[in-house]
Design a protein around this ligand. Sequence first.
Ligand code: HEM
Ligand SMILES: CC(C)=CCC/C(C)=C/CC/C(C)=C/COP(=O)(O)OP(=O)(O)O
Length: 299
Amino acid sequence: MADVQTTQAASWRDYKELTKPNVVLLMILCSAIGMFMAVPGMVPLDVLILGNLGIALCAGAAAAVNHLVDQRIDQQMARTLNRPVATGKVGNTQAAIFALVIGGLGMGILFVYINALTAWLTIASLLGYAVVYTMFLKRATPQNIVIGGLAGAAPPLLGWTAVTGEIHGHALLLVLIIFAWTPPHFWALAIHRREEYAKVEIPMLPVTHGVAFTKLHILLYTIIMCLITLLPYATRLSGPLYLLGAVVLGGGFLYWAIELIRDKNPKAPMETFKYSIIYLMALFIIMLIDHYLFPVSSL
Ligand code: HEM
Ligand SMILES: CC(C)=CCC/C(C)=C/CC/C(C)=C/COP(=O)(O)OP(=O)(O)O
């Protein structure tokens, strides 16, 4: 890959953009809440700070690799053409060094201050997104984001193992929630952007199987996700406040999934996408509040 001609000096903002900061922020919210859910009391402050820092740096490194690898397609899509590697503001070598430095730092923090299990699981997620999804699956199959979604769904498990050093069924349940959430989250946006994905020959579901098929699958995954979100209550990880939150928020998601199928509102795909982000954020925050208001021992 030849270095794109660097036309303008890169600023710290360009490097921040390389890490997909908003995506990583929501992931860190999920990993931090995974930590709190793993224990009845307070999470040790060093684990809270260093654990999330390590996970965030690794996720940011994975995102920087994604910018590097996807620069050609990013240059051709309106949504992504101003990205720092796509424009050449950050060169290939600079982006690669940046990813290596922050990724190495993140791994070092996790190995030294947290535990090897969390470090290995985080490395697996980093490679899952940067290599398996970005370099292969994304270009190979419309199931790309379903399989690749596992890497993005890992944060609550990473948070949980950072505190306990063990994989617990409850942590896997939290992963399952994000895993089921990812297809509706992404396909809603992919419907809106289907022409751009078609132009760059990325086989996203609305491109390969059409919009109606994708909407049906958004509804099916939303139903599965809503059922999965009941499991923390059923398995006594969470209490009544969480259950209420999951039902109300899930109802909102189902509303948008049905709106999509009714096809009366041209803004519905982007509204569904935006709602998906609020949904995940709110679901995890309510789970956290419930954890302390209705501790397991009182249920
Ligand atoms: C393979 C899995 C995923 C795919 C394919 C995907 C795809 C996308 C895409 C294409 C965008 C639009 C980015 C843009 O506007 O430039 C986006 C935005 C976003 N995603 Fe995802 N996503 C995935 C997983 C996740 C996960 C696991 C989280 C958090 C737990 C997440 C949180 C977000 C947030 C917060 C935004 C808004 C970013 C912003 O406004 O800057 N995504 N996602
Ligand atoms: C260590 C750890 C937890 C790693 C997780 C890595 C990570 C940042 C995953 C983000 C998922 C995401 C935004 C996918 C979009 O990619 P895309 O290439 O399809 O979207 P784009 O076109 O906007 O780049």
